[in-house]
Design a protein around this ligand. Structure first.
Ligand SMILES: [Zn+2]
Length: 404
């Protein structure tokens, strides 16, 4: 009897654990960058309204001593400290629960003049990094009356020294982008922003489709300049579209909203090791380079270790099998045509050409370091498909000749 109870308990536990797996959630968070003395409060108010009216909170990254002329010019320029009106506005929203503050560098001015590789901290001597970060931390914690513990480097760029310094300054979370420096010894939690306003919905769909054992995260990064209301020429979206996106995400069963800080707090597994593993999975996972964009959203949810279990593999498998079958049908048509018109020589030339193409393709794929890309793999699948009936016909022809 006791044995039976044990079995029932074990089965119930198994059922329960399956249930936990099925209930894994997709956790969405929004991070709004670049709040500073230069900011347009009226537009911020309209953005915050979207979150406030839905009872949501947005992580807002703050630049304490913003550049006055050009962020992309590394030459010295006057800096604008965060003024009292900007601070009180933010404090008010923090109190309402609409805003979770994060530190966004010191001045958001690049120290590297290389286009495409702008950074405030990468390569800056550690002493200077420490001076800037200490000063920035002091201002933001004092003025916002908050123990801000989320650090968000400008241009998502930093180095190992930056991480050491922010750990010393009692930060617990780093939010940048995917695939940056993360020494294994770091005690920080890593919550990279992996989506923007355009791919957030598709990425969330992907996350929902992937039957992950654990929760997946889709932190979304945006700026005021992304919104047409800012008048910025970089704008690709609008307040109305932001509102639609938030509502579309909220309407998805299995999606929950959180913030960068809360994600880091509730998921102790988001360590430096998980961050590095995600990067490796994202970079080297088989399906990513070999699945057409049509079937694959450009990026995948965080963390990406569970990619092999994803439905993407099934879709990719179906696609390549389909290409093989199409090739096979083409081969059958060729064989039938040749048999009907007795084009034996044509058949052997076509076969030789196909074998050469296949060999060249495989050689090229090898040359590309094993990442041939989906287009080439599709062509190879079709070629293999065509060759199958040709080889079969050649074998049968040979056998018949021998028996004759
Ligand atoms: Zn920024």
């Amino acid at each position: 009897m006791r044995e039976k109870t044990r079995w029932i308990a074990a089965l119930m536990l198994l059922a329960l654990s399956c249930g936990v797996r099925a209930n894994a959630e997709v956790v969405v968070a929004f991070r709004l960058d670049d709040y500073s003395e230069r900011s347009d409060l009226a537009l911020y108010e309209r953005v915050f309204q979207i979150f406030e009216s839905r009872g949501l909170c947005c992580t807002v990254s703050v630049v304490p001593f913003v550049f006055s002329v050009d962020a992309l010019d590394p030459r010295p320029q006057a800096l604008l400290p965060l003024g009292e009106d900007k601070c009180s506005f933010l404090r008010e929203h923090i109190k309402k629960g609409t805003v979770e503050p994060a530190l966004h560098g010191y001045s958001h001015q690049t120290n590297l003049a290389k286009p495409g590789a702008y950074s405030e901290f990468l390569g800056l001597p550690p002493g200077e990094q420490e001076r800037r970060l200490t000063e920035a931390t002091k201002l933001i914690r004092q003025k916002l009356d908050q123990n801000v513990r989320i650090f968000c480097p400008p241009w998502n760029s930093y180095d190992a020294a930056t991480l050491d310094i922010i750990e010393k300054l009692d930060y617990s979370v780093l939010t940048a982008a995917r695939g940056h420096v993360a020494p294994a010894a770091s005690k920080l939690r890593f919550v990279p922003c992996i989506a923007d306003l355009h791919d957030a919905l598709a990425l969330t769909d992907t996350a929902l489709r992937i039957r992950a054992r654990e929760d997946l995260f889709v932190p979304v990064l945006f700026h005021l300049y992304d919104l047409s209301e800012s008048g910025d020429r970089r704008a690709t979206s609008s307040l109305a579209e932001l509102e639609q996106l938030v509502d579309a995400l909220r309407a998805q069963p299995g999606v929950v909203f959180s913030t960068v800080g809360r994600i880091a707090e509730h998921y102790p597994g988001l360590t430096a090791l998980a961050y590095s593993a995600d990067h490796r999975a994202h970079r080297w996972a088989f399906p990513l380079s070999l699945v057409p964009r049509l079937l694959l959203d450009e990026t995948l949810p965080y963390p990406g270790q569970n990619l092999w279990a994803s439905s993407i593999l099934v879709r990719a498998g179906l696609l390549y099998a389909g290409a093989g079958v199409a090739g096979c049908l083409l081969g059958i048509v060729l064989v039938t045509f040749a048999a009907r018109h007795r084009h034996a020589r044509l058949m052997s030339s076509v076969s030789a050409l196909l074998v050469a193409a296949l060999a060249l393709g495989l050689g090229f794929a090898q040359y590309m370091g094993g990442h041939p890309g989906y287009r080439m793999l599709l062509v190879l699948a079709v070629l293999c498909g065509i060759l199958l009936p040709l080889a079969y016909a050649a074998l049968r022809g040979g056998r018949m000749e021998r028996s004759a």
